[in-house]
Design a protein around this ligand. Structure first.
Ligand code: HEM
Length: 425
């Protein structure tokens, strides 16, 4: 979620590419942002000057004041049209949020993600020894898709292939998943992304809207609501792009972080082997342990290390230092979640990798990767569950490593990973 402090539209193209390049580099090299966050935590008045909240106490306070620090900061990046993440609280927001909760209630992640993960694991066992595979295209993308597509109920098939498509056409489904990835990418990269990237996101957004218009009758029927078509379309479009791409990308980041910790990876594989199949897919203790690992891995590599907020009227925020920082009306505030997640004042042994840490009364902070307070991600538990199941699948496979022998193992598309080539070690 890009913080637009300047006016990217007025930038010279070279400068724009440079600032986009720096933004993408920072996202890929999160340790640099962590270092910057540590400096602002140490001297919070500097964060106050720069309009950045870094200490855990400051970040929580800001996120608990959505009227003073508004989500409308996301609006400029919502290429597919308005959606609740960029709205201020009010009747439309309340309606859309209730709808998300109702749709999420229809998910059965335990069954759907498990089924797809087990299928994918079986396929990889057959092919993985022979050649490298793309963790995103051949594994994560589909597990997340099958787990989340029931948000569209009986209309799910038509949503993913279009009103006239064949619901079994994997090519059309893949096209849909790319379409929503580019739209979601715009939320992350924001208005500073290059014009080419913006144009791609706008084209995909137009096609996503047309897709939902074509099947809005089916969606309405399956959601069993009497909302006007524009409300159905807004929510269908929003739900599509906000759910899948972020979860896939987060899962890829989780795996990337795990592979950078060979001891942790080996210990988990060992445990998976001890539990054995098929119990490994349902064992409560093992599931809990993997879930704890997922959350800790996300802490080290969150997909949204920063969040932005608009400041609608003059206010102040508590930096955690001696004085409050002024926030003039019309300005922006940056929330450095990555700094708060490593704040030793709130997180015991914050620099250490401790999946089973006792968070004590800061247990809510553990989920800061999903936001905080009333605007926190409504799907956090579902997303963590899906990633846990996907990770369990990887733990029962032969040992994996990044396949850098055929060139770069990870290919980036802006701040997002588009390919992650892996092979059995
Ligand atoms: C690992 C996956 C995910 C991550 C890391 C994630 C992260 C986040 C974050 C950080 C926010 C808060 C943004 C802010 O305060 O500015 C958020 C909001 C939101 N997320 Fe997620 N999310 C994930 C998956 C999902 C899924 C699967 C859905 C499906 C419905 C979803 C729906 C939403 C919605 C609707 C909001 C806006 C909530 C509001 O403003 O009231 N997210 N998410």
């Amino acid at each position: 979620m890009k913080v637009s402090t300047g006016r990217p539209d007025e930038m010279a193209p070279g400068l724009r590419s440079l600032s986009y390049g720096i933004f993408c580099w920072l996202n890929r090299n999160i340790i640099v942002l962590r270092g910057f966050g540590a400096v602002l935590r140490r001297w919070p008045f500097v964060g106050g000057w720069l309009g950045m909240a870094a200490r855990a106490s400051a970040v929580k306070q800001v996120l608990l004041r959505p009227r003073s620090f508004s989500n409308t900061s996301h609006q400029a990046n919502l290429v597919a049209g308005d959606y609740l993440i960029g709205m201020d609280t009010g009747p439309t927001y309340d309606h859309d949020r209730a709808l998300v909760h109702a749709r999420l209630d229809c998910l059965n992640v335990e069954v759907d993600a498990n089924r797809e993960a087990q299928d994918r694991v079986a396929k990889l066992r057959l092919t993985g020894a022979k050649s490298a595979f793309d963790l995103i295209e051949n594994y994560l993308m589909w597990i997340v898709f099958r787990a989340i597509e029931p948000v569209f109920g009986a209309a799910a098939g038509k949503v993913s292939v279009g009103a006239q498509g064949n619901v079994a056409d994997l090519g059309l489904q893949r096209q849909y998943l790319l379409e929503i990835r580019y739209v979601a990418g715009q939320l992350l990269a924001g208005s500073a992304s290059t014009l080419d990237i913006q144009r791609r996101a706008e084209l995909c957004a137009a096609s996503l809207r047309a897709r939902m218009q074509g099947v809005s009758g089916d969606i309405q029927k399956s959601w069993n609501v009497s909302d006007p078509p524009e409300d159905i379309e807004r929510n269908a479009v929003g739900l599509a792009w906000i759910s899948h791409p972020v979860t896939v990308q987060s899962a890829a980041l989780v795996v990337q972080e795990l592979l950078s910790r060979p001891n942790v990876y080996q210990a988990l594989r060992l445990k998976a082997a001890e539990v054995g199949e098929p119990a490994v897919w349902s064992d409560v203790d093992f599931r809990k342990s993997v879930r704890d690992h997922v959350l800790e891995l996300m802490r080290f590599r969150p997909i949204f290390p920063l969040l932005a907020r608009d400041v609608p009227r003059d206010t102040e925020f508590e930096t955690g230092g001696r004085g409050n920082a002024q926030c003039p009306a019309g300005g922006k505030l940056t929330i450095l979640s990555i700094a708060a997640l490593f704040d030793p004042r709130a997180v015991p042994d914050s620099g250490k990798f401790c999946p089973h840490r006792n968070w004590g009364h800061e247990v809510d902070l553990r989920y800061l990767m999903f936001g905080y307070g009333t605007r926190q991600c409504p799907a956090k538990d579902y997303a963590v569950e899906i990633m846990t199941i996907a990770l369990i699948g990887l733990l029962v496979l032969p040992e994996l490593r990044l396949a850098s022998d055929d060139g770069k193992a990870i290919t980036y598309d802006g701040p997002l990973m588009s390919r992650m080539q892996m092979r059995f070690a």
